[in-house]
Design a protein around this ligand. Structure first.
Ligand SMILES: CC(C)(COP(=O)(O)OP(=O)(O)OC[C@H]1O[C@@H](n2cnc3c(N)ncnc32)[C@H](O)[C@@H]1OP(=O)(O)O)[C@@H](O)C(=O)NCCC(=O)NCCS
Length: 181
């Protein structure tokens, strides 16, 4: 079988910038959380596209918080990099910073691990090339990604079990009660 050639972290590292406009903000002039999530998904997907050189879909987003408001007129900077490639999925770390071009201040405001799955034209999962890690920092992130994947798959299995048993409960409630003789 033909060995798929690995790609380095640098091959797919991505940086994206956008100015926050009034249309992206709430009444206080702070960017909406949903807009930040949208941009994070795009920045993460670009890194996943570049690594896999394929179509990708978002399958999971780990814990995400917003630690500092980003205001209209400030620049939002997003950095994404693949931390590990598995079989058809890739974990991508996305970090968000605010940059104030007047004061020169830069501050990290969010970060998340997003998992993307490479898919073929029919939407079926497709294999991705391995990630080539070179630096100590890349190797550390790569090692840690395995444990994060294990945890998120356990959580996903639990969540899916709960949602399917909720559906079953709803079905049981809507069907007429039967009594055994
Ligand atoms: C992603 C998708 C193609 C996976 O299909 P599937 O039939 O579950 O495929 P598999 O079970 O073979 O899983 C494929 C990969 O996804 C990973 N995966 C599945 N669910 C996951 C989850 N909740 N978190 C992290 N990884 C997950 C699997 O571990 C596997 O990775 P691997 O091949 O690297 O080991 C399918 O669920 C899908 O199309 N989802 C909708 C995606 C989408 O539209 N996203 C946009 C927002 S709605």
């Amino acid at each position: 079988m033909k060995q798929v050639k690995g790609r380095t972290v640098d091959h797919s590292k991505t940086e994206m910038m956008e100015v926050v406009l009034p249309n992206d903000a709430n009444a206080l002039g702070n960017i909406l959380g949903g807009k930040v999530m949208h941009l994070m998904d795009i920045a993460g997907a670009i890194a996943a596209h570049r690594h896999s050189q394929s179509h990708v879909v978002t399958v999971s987003v780990d814990y995400l918080d917003f630690t500092h408001p980003i205001r209209v007129g400030q620049v939002i900077l997003l950095r994404s990099r693949v931390t590990r490639a598995f079989n058809t999925s890739m974990e991508v770390e996305v970090r968000v910073y605010l940059e104030d071009y007047i004061t020169g201040q830069r501050l990290q405001t969010s970060s998340a691990f997003v998992t993307y799955v490479a898919v073929d034209a029919q939407g079926r999962p497709a294999p991705v090339p391995p990630l080539v890690v070179r630096t100590a920092d890349e190797r550390r992130r790569y090692r840690q990604a395995l444990e994060r994947r294990r945890r998120r798959l356990v959580l996903a299995a639990r969540a899916h079990k709960t949602s399917s048993s909720n559906k079953k409960d709803l079905r049981n409630k809507s069907s007429p009660a039967t009594k055994s003789p």
